[in-house]
Design a binder for this molecule. Structure first.
Ligand code: DHK
Length: 145
């Protein structure tokens, strides 16, 4: 039975490829999506990006309500200040992998404390765009138990 992994992305990630390439690289979000789908094998991927906090919350609820097998989430800037995103993730009963393209701990102090890490099964930061397929592969192993 194929499982469905939701890959959710927060603000400004739609600009990947041309957004601060020295930090985020030149891989586009569409390319990242393709990498995730390739890594998923027979499992299904829901891949989404929004610049709006409430939409991200709604998508987390949808993942819960549709019995997603796992959530890979890059909340982007919402990582550090969004109580609504944190509260939504607290309702998730399946594995969560928090993902950051950059190593947030090597960056400015404003990026050092993630609110959502308290809900994450695992955190990946600093692998660049390849962190996404890595997270999908790791999620598949987590789901396999
Ligand atoms: C992406 C963002 O948009 C930033 O706000 C975070 C994260 C880092 C990333 O590395 O993917 O600070």
């Amino acid at each position: 039975m194929p499982r469905c992994i939701h890959v959710l992305n927060g603000p400004n990630l739609n600009r990947l490829g041309k957004r601060e390439p020295a930090i985020y690289g030149r891989t586009t979000l569409a390319e990242v999506e393709a990498m995730c789908r390739a890594a998923a094998g027979e499992d299904e991927i829901v891949f989404r990006q929004t610049n709006h906090e409430g939409q991200l919350v709604d998508w987390i609820h949808e993942a819960i309500d549709t019995e997603a097998a796992g959530i890979v989430i890059n909340p982007a800037g919402l990582t550090f200040r969004s109580i609504p995103v944190l509260d939504a993730l607290k309702m998730v009963a399946v594995p969560i992998i928090e993902l950051h393209i950059s190593n947030i701990h090597k960056r400015d102090a404003i990026y050092h404390h993630s609110l959502v890490s308290a809900t994450a099964t695992a955190v990946i930061a600093g692998l660049g765009a390849r962190g996404y397929p890595t997270a999908v592969r790791a999620m598949r192993e987590l789901i396999d138990g």
